[in-house]
Design a protein around this ligand. Structure first.
Ligand code: HGY
Ligand code: MN
Ligand code: MN
Length: 412
């Protein structure tokens, strides 16, 4: 008979091989062929558990274990299976598979529950298609409308509405499926930490108290494209040189002029015509600013906007700064923190109460219900890269703790 850990490992490894970049990490964008194959794998596992499965217009999978009193609000579990490009195999998938395993164990051990459980696999958490993180959970909680979906585009210009329709989803129905407050009694998401604190402190469990807020900006600089050899330096209007000034300044602003918890990143830059012997005419780059304290985000965003205007003026460039996505920092529920912490103490697990620098779908449900998160260590603190690793023993421990806490919450 397979053990829990065998099953967890089998599921995570089976999903990990569904990637567009074999040997180079997990690349499984929502609404891609890889996404479809991973979903089919999960549907088979959910059907074995007789879960009631439905998929909403944004592609969020909602699998209900309607054990217990159907009329009572559910306890929600889950996470996401989409990835960044060349990401890790544990980000998101660990939480989905732990939730699946929890339902297997509850059924096998015939644990009596008062409330139903609902496993949600949120779509487009990473924002890899449109640059907007947690899109599926924003739609599920009514934070993103059908009209908004028609206004966002992939990097090659396809609207969110068309991407989801082409995937076979009934996008027009998203308004109908928005979560209602009394649908939900609580939510717990298990996730890999994606930072190095738990690993460094040799602590197997993190209990999350706050999730960072974030803003994603698209900065566009336009200058004069010209010959790299014949154009004297003093005659240039070079947006790449301008971008480099702004990007270095972002690092300084986040390091020196904000808070210790503030971070700023530019991980994506597009240049036209992108030729070594041509001064670029246009450069677009994406800025990711985060902090658990909104003040930190505010400080860096203001400094960035001022710097962009100053550099554009000095270099004779035209510039635009567009806010393409944002989410507030949230404090998680003391009730859920307490439920997880008391379970950890009962089971004698070493744990740490901590913040999350990564954003998570759970953050989108905090204005609906009591929300908590359990972290398990990321080895070396690596994530969003092929080297992302978590020990299966730690995932099993995290899953055990999730089971303890969920049984408490589902029997309240
Ligand atoms: O970017 C994040 O924090 C998450 O992994 N989407
Ligand atoms: Mn994630
Ligand atoms: Mn991620």
């Amino acid at each position: 008979m397979e053990s829990c850990m065998d099953r967890i490992k089998r599921d995570i490894e089976n999903i990990a091989i569904i990637t567009a970049t074999p040997q180079k990490g997990s690349t499984r964008f929502s609404y891609s062929d890889e996404d479809r194959r991973a979903r089919e794998y999960l549907f088979k596992e959910m059907e074995k558990l007789n879960l009631e499965i439905k998929v909403d217009g944004a592609g969020n999978i909602r699998a209900k274990y309607a054990h217990g009193n159907e009329s009572l609000p559910s306890v929600i579990l889950g996470s996401h299976i989409d990835t960044v490009a060349n990401g890790g195999k544990f980000d998101g998938v660990t939480g989905v598979i732990s939730a699946l395993e929890l339902i297997r164990v509850i059924k096998e051990k015939k644990v009596q529950l008062k409330r139903p459980l609902e496993l949600i696999v949120f779509a487009e958490e990473e924002g890899s298609n449109f640059g907007i993180t947690m899109l599926g959970s924003k739609i599920l909680t009514g934070k993103f409308s059908l009209k908004d979906l028609k206004n966002i585009k992939t990097y090659d210009g396809i609207t969110g509405y068309d991407v989801m329709s082409n995937f076979g989803l009934d996008v027009d129905s998203i308004g109908r499926d928005v979560l209602k407050r009394n649908d939900v009694a609580a939510m717990i998401e298990l996730h890999v930490e994606q930072g190095g604190i738990l690993d460094l402190e040799d602590t197997p469990i993190g209990i999350v108290k706050s999730i960072a807020g974030m803003r994603t900006y698209k900065i566009s600089l336009k200058g004069v494209s010209n010959h790299a050899g014949t154009t004297p330096m003093y005659l240039r209007k070079d947006p790449m040189a301008g971008a480099s000034e702004i990007i270095s300044y972002l690092e300084e602003a986040a390091k020196e002029h904000a808070l210790p918890t503030t971070v700023g990143t530019v991980g994506k830059i597009l240049c036209k015509p992108n030729m070594p012997n041509v001064i670029s005419g246009e450069v677009n780059f994406y800025v990711d600013i985060r902090d658990v304290d909104p003040q930190g985000i505010e400080k860096v965003a203001d400094a960035l906007l001022n710097k962009t205007n100053e550099v554009a003026k000095k270099r004779g460039l035209t510039s635009s700064v567009e806010l393409i996505g944002e989410s507030d920092s949230v404090k998680l529920s003391s009730k859920i923190i307490e439920a997880i912490e008391s379970s950890a103490i009962e089971e004698n697990y070493k744990y740490k109460i901590m913040n999350s620098g990564a954003v998570h779908d759970s953050a989108m449900l905090t204005n609906f219900t009591d929300v908590g998160m359990i972290f398990v260590p990321s080895i070396g603190g690596l994530s969003h890269c092929p080297e992302e690793r978590t020990n299966y023993e730690d995932i099993k421990l995290g899953c055990d703790l999730l089971i303890h806490a969920v049984i408490k919450l589902a029997n309240e």
